[in-house]
Design a protein around this ligand. Structure first.
Ligand SMILES: Cc1cc2nc3c(=O)[nH]c(=O)nc-3n(C[C@H](O)[C@H](O)[C@H](O)COP(=O)(O)O)c2cc1C
Length: 171
C-alpha cells in the first residue's frame, strides 16, 4: 500500500531537464499507462501528441512558456466530436478525461525514473496553430518529460501540502 504513496509523494514538477533522450520503451510505458486511464463512458476522446522533433519543440516553446527545454513534450488533447457530453449543458467531460490521463502519465514517468511537469499555462488556439492540430481538438494539458537536469529539485511549494483537516470533511 505504501508504494503508491511513495511514488505520488516523490513526483514533483521538474523545471530543468537534461538533454538525454528518454528511452523509447519508457515513452511507450507512459503511453500504455495513459491508455488504461478511465474516461467518461469509456469514450476515450483523447489524442496524445508526442512532440519530439526539434522543429516542433521550438514551435511549441514559442507559444508555451513552460516546456522547460524537455526533450519530449506530450500534448494531451480531447477530440470534442468524441467526448461524452455533460447531461444538461453544452460541455463535455474532455477536460476531466485529459486531467486523469495526464495524472497517469506523470506518475508513470516517475516510476521509470523520468520527471515531468503538468503545464496549464498556454492558449489552446496558439498551441493548435503552432503544431497544426485540427480545430475539433481542445488541448487541455501539456506535459514536458525527461531526465531531470543535474541540480534540478522540487520547488518549496512541492512539500507545502495543506493538512487533511483543511481539505477533508466527513459529513
Ligand atoms: C492543472 C495544473 C496546471 C499547472 N500549470 C503549470 C504551469 O503552467 N507551469 C508550471 O511550471 N507548473 C504548472 N503546474 C505545476 C504546479 O505549480 C505544481 O504542481 C504545484 O506547485 C505543486 O508542486 P509539485 O508539483 O512540485 O508538487 C501545474 C499543475 C497543475 C496540476
Amino acid at each position: 500500500m505504501k508504494d503508491f504513496y511513495e511514488l505520488a509523494k516523490n513526483r514533483y514538477s521538474c523545471r530543468a531537464y537534461s538533454q538525454k533522450q528518454p528511452e523509447q520503451e519508457k515513452i511507450d510505458y507512459i503511453l500504455q499507462c495513459a491508455k488504461v486511464a478511465p474516461t467518461a463512458r469509456n469514450f476515450q476522446p483523447q489524442k496524445i501528441f508526442v512532440v519530439k522533433s526539434q522543429e516542433n519543440l521550438e514551435k511549441l516553446a514559442a507559444v508555451c512558456p513552460c516546456t522547460y527545454k524537455a526533450p519530449v513534450v506530450f500534448v494531451i488533447a480531447c477530440d470534442n466530436s468524441i467526448a461524452a457530453a455533460h447531461l444538461g449543458d453544452d460541455g463535455n467531460f474532455g477536460e476531466t478525461d485529459c486531467a486523469i490521463i495526464c495524472t497517469h502519465m506523470t506518475l508513470a514517468a516517475k516510476e521509470v525514473g523520468l520527471d515531468s511537469c503538468i503545464v496549464g499555462w498556454f492558449v489552446d488556439k496558439d498551441v493548435k496553430e503552432a503544431l497544426n492540430i485540427p480545430q475539433n481538438y481542445t488541448v487541455y494539458d501539456i506535459l514536458p518529460v525527461g531526465y531531470a537536469a543535474n541540480g534540478a529539485a522540487p520547488s518549496p511549494r512541492h512539500s507545502d501540502c495543506k493538512d487533511l483537516s483543511e481539505t477533508v470533511e466527513v459529513i
